[in-house]
Design a protein around this ligand. Structure first.
Ligand code: BYC
Ligand code: FE
Ligand code: FE
Length: 471
């Protein structure tokens, strides 16, 4: 069932029409979803036609179809990678058992919680980004923003399908609540910290898609290994969409850096602020902020939740099935710097309890590659500036390092020193005001705002000056 049935109200490749009850329940949720989209999504652009890609098959090659659509007409649906009937559970205490096609009773609560947490981030990100269309630096960027938005909406659909079809009544209630919570709402916030942070300017948007969507990649990689097969298959397909989100972040920041470097080279004696570009040290501070907040999304370094999720076969390591390791991870240890009584010491932690940290290791490694890419842009332009990824201990709100104060390079600090120095590392009000002052909409075909370089190529073979959004 690689092809998707688009003749249905809800496009799907799960033969939804054969389960009338489920179909009715999801068709009843659909208008509520659309109401949410119209209220909390990119409201002011619902009339515009956007050059969007839509999945037409879940096969590895050629699943995407490109065309102009108004966002509310985007065909949100349910797409899972095909089932492998031979699939077994690849880690934890049930290693080697057949993968579950139904929710195992003893893990029901934990599983529901993981799915709801995953689901909650998707609409949250759309809410955070809802006003950015007004200040898009080009039609190309505006289109990318909306592409990300509609796909995050689809990721919500992916999780809601699972809640509806496998969790009965409380699954349906959770699906309703997913449309009720709001990013940043004091009374009814989204579940995880970063998803309540404002994302008001495009530098933040690029940092978000670079670092926060990349947490999404790693969480999805670990859920793609889940013993609960429908979740694994959903997440595998979501991962194929996720790659573009991180591309938007990494190359978006790269283009901001490129523009600043070009101007620094051309006018070595001028402050780039006078030239309308973003100083590299401000970009570094934004990176520090969003990266440290996104590090929190992996949870505590030592976590009994993580251990239980792994032991019970719900959440594996990234690429678990490809790793040449003991997949039970039972009597093994992980060495980490433990922060205890005001000092760091290397300790051995039972590996299962360290699974959040193991996942974060892959994340940090990925981020380092992104930083190297940005540094090459500086070097190519002969600019003597090097970006650095903040240490994972820096500016944490979750986990053991949140109990101390750490420099950008991870060195422990006392509180007074932190208070003195943190302003060098995190965006100041002035930084934010300056960045916001640059955010003016530029939607003339082929034009781009002055603080960012154009992309080397457009979307799906189209040129940069293509009409990516129609007004
Ligand atoms: N903010 O044992 P601990 C994406 C809570 S992004 C607030 O250390 P655990 C996307 C935690 O819930 C991917 N609270 O952590 C990206 C727990 O609460 P209780 C989203 C937090 O449970 C961009 C307590 O602290 N997917 O897809 O091992 C755009 C102690 O927790 C935070 C998932 O997250 C936080 N940052 O791990 C669109 C996957 N961190 O029990 C989309 C599902 C922890 O005391 N989620 N807490 O009430 C999970 O697997 C886990 O919930 C976490 C936390 C990895 C998030
Ligand atoms: Fe997503
Ligand atoms: Fe994403």
């Amino acid at each position: 069932m690689a092809t998707i049935d688009y003749s249905q109200k809800i496009p799907n490749n799960v033969d939804l029409k054969s389960d009338k009850r489920l179909q009715r329940a999801l068709e009843a949720w659909q208008p509520n979803y659309l109401d949410w989209w119209r209220e909390a999504g990119p409201t002011d652009f619902n009339e515009n036609e956007v050059f969007l890609r839509t999945a037409i098959s879940v096969d590895k090659d050629g699943w995407a179809h490109f065309g102009h659509v108004a966002m509310p007409d985007y065909r949100w649906g349910i797409f899972l990678t095909p089932q492998d009937k031979q699939r077994t559970i690849g880690f934890g205490d049930c290693l080697g058992d057949d993968a579950w096609q139904q929710v195992p009773g003893e893990h029901r609560n934990a599983l529901r919680r993981i799915i709801v947490t995953q689901a909650d981030t998707e609409p949250a990100s759309v809410e955070q980004q809802r006003l950015l269309g007004h200040t898009a630096p080009s039609l190309y960027d505006m289109r990318n923003l909306f592409q990300v938005n509609v796909e995050e909406g689809r990721h919500l659909w992916a999780m809601v399908y699972i809640l509806h079809s496998y969790f009965g009544r409380d699954g349906r209630e959770e699906a309703e609540e997913l449309l009720d919570r709001r990013s940043g709402n004091a009374d009814h916030p989204r579940i995880l910290g970063t998803f309540n942070e404002p994302c008001r300017d495009w530098l933040s948007f690029f940092c978000f898609t670079m670092f926060t969507d990349r947490d999404g990649k790693f969480q999805l990689l670990s859920l793609a290994e889940s013993g609960f097969d429908p979740l694994a298959r959903s997440c595998r397909f979501m991962l194929t969409e996720e790659a573009h989100h991180m591309f938007v972040g990494q190359t978006g920041l790269g283009r901001v850096i490129q523009r600043t470097c070009e101007l620094m080279k051309e006018y070595p004696d001028r402050d780039v602020r006078e030239l309308g570009a973003i100083p590299l040290d401000i970009i570094q501070r934004y990176i520090n902020y969003w990266n440290s907040s996104s590090n929190d999304l992996f949870g505590g370094e030592i976590s009994s939740n993580a251990s239980n999720f792994f032991a019970s076969g719900l959440k594996g390591r990234a690429y678990e099935d490809k790793l040449d390791v003991d997949h039970a991870a039972k009597n093994e240890f992980y060495t980490m710097d433990v922060w205890e009584n005001g000092s760091l010491s290397q300790q051995e932690v039972p590996l299962r309890n360290a699974m959040n940290e193991v996942l974060r290791d892959g994340y940090v490694e990925d981020n380092i590659k992104g930083v190297e890419y940005w540094n090459k842009i500086c070097a190519k332009n002969d600019i003597d500036f090097r970006f650095e990824l903040p240490h994972r201990r820096f500016n944490r709100k979750i986990g053991m390092y949140s109990e101390g104060f750490f420099a950008h390079d991870g060195t422990p600090l006392d509180e007074a020193t932190w208070n003195q120095k943190s302003a060098d590392w995190l965006p100041s009000d002035e930084d934010r005001k300056y960045v916001e002052s640059l955010m003016v909409r530029c939607t003339e075909r082929g034009k781009i705002a002055g603080w960012i370089a154009p992309p080397p190529k457009g979307i799906n073979g189209q040129p940069f000056d293509y009409e990516y959004v129609r007004f």
